[in-house]
Design a binder for this molecule. Structure first.
Ligand code: SF4
Length: 780
């Protein structure tokens, strides 16, 4: 059977004829709407015989392929008994530019449409009219050319041949090769771990039935492979065209890459692509993405098709592989990876490429209801990440700073920023006079027209792409404010406006309290979504806050490792309430000392804040001057994080005690297997600190679900506790201890949220704890 491939005229022409530089031309937010209006204006001005939006299609058959090419011609009319095909282009440049710099893609589109129409109508020759409309001045310029159909046929056949040659290996032959490898693909391990088979089955059923599934599965079950394996199978069954594996951390991305490699070892052929943030993969940090400043933007389109063809000799398109090929072909690695995403079977990326309205992959999600599978790793992180994605903030000082730079050169923008600044000065005063920070349920309505006014003027100047020292700063502010306005347009009862004054600075934030509505909408872009994490407690909270369907299924799976390998102790006589902390410092330090004294090895302690951590640290080190300790500090760099973790050596003959904060960089996503971590201590119940935003969440969910404290503090807190405790047992051979310190664990409200399989031992004091620990460590 012949392979069939559909392609739009525009895509075909762009793909074959694109050449030259990568230019991030500023297009502006209102451009699409303006462009549609301009098209209509021209079309409406044409004579009665003019037909607009004329659909055409053409089929090319070769021995192996059937290529169906389709599209819509902007306009067709007859003039002096000759058919004319019109292609309209809107621009912010002077039409003179196009006279001097002919764009082969513009003419290519016009000629392709003219060939298809002329051939259909049995014509010998046909005219093409290329009309340029300048958006800001309404200036129109037209270029007309007449071609014989045989001339156009040569052009068209060459276009198609070049496309098919390129596409043969990458697009046309590939799905059959991939699907053949999937047909007999076995699960990559001899046996499923306990619970893993159930997770795999449920994931497959969810994909098949267009459903949603929430899975809480303890560390060690092998969640990544349990969702990827059925998703890969679904590709070959034509249930889906692409998998998006979404994760919040690099460690999650690596887990997905490794799982696919394991499947490849079983014979899988699958193109997987890892997307890396622009600032991390860029070869010229600090340069503008412009051919004058970056050699990887210069001539990008001259080399991109060869780069894509070359990298497709590989199946795993990792960050390193992309960087290597991008260097070799001298193309921007970030833009290259985005171009590759079109052809990849599985895209491994951060949540924001799918959910964030500012950066999501428009090439896939502009139109809803794709046949995609979303696999959402470490789902517990998505709650706060989505609040960030759907919120927006602006600061006063950058506005003022930029205003000063362009006083003489751009007086209109200067004035516009002056009006915004004046509004913010008044808001800052209001903040100072009331309780700073300040929250209001209503949006700052009077600010929005001022911001829109700025966008309007700035857009006109930016679209001229004039290079000045302040252009980048203006562009940044333009994007910040347009992001802010985009959120403002969606402002509803799920939002609050927050104002915070710090010295001269004022921050205004449109804060998304409840992200469920936005997420629900985003989830419509896929066929099936599987949310999974080691901690999703309670499930109903996650289902609601993540905007899942009421029919979404739940699956909770216990640890596959022997329960007796974890010794769990609760010191539930000690208060860690803020008001009691000074009184209980020595008690807390005593039980921690008792824990680490029972067995030499590495321990990690988690605290609700840096200040509290420091107090216990001082007390602990005074009590145990010989014990080696290490302390987390705020804002640690990646290298410092690495060295912190390296201290947790596998063969440490002494005791090492690490002090860290809950919910921070050591609270999750670290994998200290075996003797690298003997025990963890969680001081407190993990509640996030009281803040304006947390209080808004509390108030909102009190009013809507009568669960304000739970949604704002308790549930996020307990998931942090479970994450921290989950650091200890990472494999079936690990043995270790967890100590929870807080009297609130004795209450049903907290106790009921701990893991069902846990059987905690309650201890009164350090002496009882030491005895219980001796018993545990002696049971080998
Ligand atoms: S390499 Fe960096 S500077 Fe150059 S185009 Fe890419 S992202 Fe921009």
């Amino acid at each position: 059977m012949k392979s069939e491939l559909k392609i739009a005229v525009r895509e075909l022409v762009e793909h074959v004829l694109r050449s030259g530089d990568l230019v991030f031309e500023f297009l502006g937010s209102s451009r699409p709407v303006e462009a549609i209006r301009a098209h209509q204006k021209i079309q409406n001005s044409r004579p009665d015989t003019y037909r607009s939006e004329v659909a055409v299609a053409h089929q090319v058959e070769t021995d192996r392929f059937r290529l169906i090419i389709g599209g819509r011609i902007d306009g067709v009319y007859t003039e002096a008994q000759r058919t004319v095909v019109e292609e309209i282009k809107t621009t912010t440049r002077s039409p003179d530019y196009f006279e001097k710099n002919e764009n082969p893609i513009h003419w290519g589109q016009a000629k392709t449409y003219a060939y298809i129409l002329g051939r259909d109508r049995g014509l010998d020759e046909i005219s093409t009219l290329l009309t340029f409309y300048r958006l800001d001045t309404a200036e129109i310029r037209q270029f007309k050319r007449t071609f014989s159909i045989s001339e156009l046929e040569i052009f068209f056949n060459d276009l198609v041949e070049r496309y098919l040659q390129w596409a043969a290996a990458i697009i046309i032959d590939w799905p059959a090769q991939r699907d053949a490898s999937i047909g007999g693909l076995k699960f990559p391990f001899v046996n499923y771990r306990p619970g893993q088979d159930k997770m795999t089955d449920e994931a497959y059923r969810t994909i098949r039935d267009h459903g949603q599934l929430l899975v809480q599965a303890a560390t060690g079950i092998g969640k990544t492979i349990a969702v990827l394996y059925p998703a890969v199978k679904a590709l070959a069954e034509e249930l889906s065209q692409k998998i998006f594996y979404l994760t919040a951390r690099t460690t999650g991305q690596l887990a997905a890459e490794n799982a696919l490699d394991e499947l490849r070892a079983e014979g899988l052929r699958l193109k997987s692509l890892t997307l890396t943030a622009k600032d991390k993969i860029c070869f010229c940090p600090g340069s503008a993405c412009h051919p004058d400043e970056c050699e990887y933007a210069r001539g990008y389109y001259d080399r991109i098709n060869d780069a894509i063809a070359s990298i497709f000799a590989q199946d795993a398109l990792s960050r390193e592989q992309i960087a290597q090929t991008a260097k070799k072909f001298k193309v921007c690695p970030f833009e290259f990876s985005l171009d590759l995403s079109r052809y990849a079977d599985c895209v491994i990326c951060d949540y924001n490429y799918v959910f964030d309205p500012r950066v999501y992959l428009r090439r896939f999600f502009q139109e809803e209801n794709g046949d995609y599978i979303f696999l959402i790793d470490e789902t517990h992180n998505l709650v706060d990440r989505s609040r960030e994605m759907f919120s927006a903030e602006i600061y006063k000082q950058p506005i003022l700073g930029l205003r000063r730079c362009l006083k003489t050169e751009l007086p209109n923008i200067f004035k516009s920023l002056g009006r915004i600044n004046a509004w913010m000065v008044a808001a800052r005063k209001k903040c100072q006079e009331s309780n700073n920070p300040l929250a209001e349920k209503s949006p700052p309505e009077e600010l929005f027209p001022l911001l829109r006014g700025f966008l309007f003027i700035a857009e006109r100047w930016l679209s001229q792409n004039i290079k000045t020292p302040f252009r980048e700063a203006l562009l940044d502010l333009y994007f910040t404010i347009s992001g802010f306005i985009r959120v403002a347009d969606q402002y509803d009862q799920c939002y609050a406006s927050c104002y915070e004054k710090t010295g001269e600075e004022l921050k205004i934030k449109l804060f998304c309290i409840d992200p469920s509505g936005h997420l629900e909408k985003a989830l419509k872009r896929c066929r099936a979504a599987i949310f999974f994490s080691a901690t999703m407690t309670p499930m109903d909270y996650f289902r609601k806050i993540l905007g899942c369907d009421p029919a979404a299924q739940y699956l909770i799976l216990d640890s596959p490792f022997p329960h007796e390998n974890l010794g769990l102790f609760i010191a539930d006589q000690i208060s860690t309430y803020y008001r009691h902390r000074d009184q209980t410092v020595s008690e807390v330090s005593r039980v921690i000392s008792a824990l680490v004294e029972q067995k030499k090895g590495n321990y990690l302690l988690y605290f609700p804040s840096y200040a509290y951590m420091r107090k216990i640290y001082d007390s602990f080190t005074a009590r145990n001057p010989q014990t080696e300790t290490i302390l987390q500090t705020p804002g640690m760099k990646e290298s410092e994080r690495e060295s912190f973790l390296e201290r947790f050596a596998i063969d440490n003959p002494q005791t090492l005690v690490g002090f860290a904060v809950m919910g921070g960089i050591f609270g999750e996503g670290i994998d200290l297997v075996g003797d690298r971590l003997l025990g963890a201590v969680v001081v407190g119940v993990g509640l996030p600190g009281i803040s304006l935003e947390r209080e808004l969440i509390k108030e909102y969910f009190s009013a809507t679900l009568s669960a304000g404290f739970e949604y704002a503090y308790l549930f996020p807190g307990i998931n942090r506790v479970l994450q921290a405790a989950g650091r200890v047992i990472r494999t079936e051979n690990d043995r270790g201890v967890v100590l929870l310190i807080d009297q609130r664990y004795a209450r049903f409200q907290y106790k009921s949220l701990l893991r069902e399989e846990w059987d905690p031992i309650s201890v009164q004091d350090a002496t009882q704890l030491a005895e219980a620990l001796q018993k545990f460590w002696n049971q080998q």
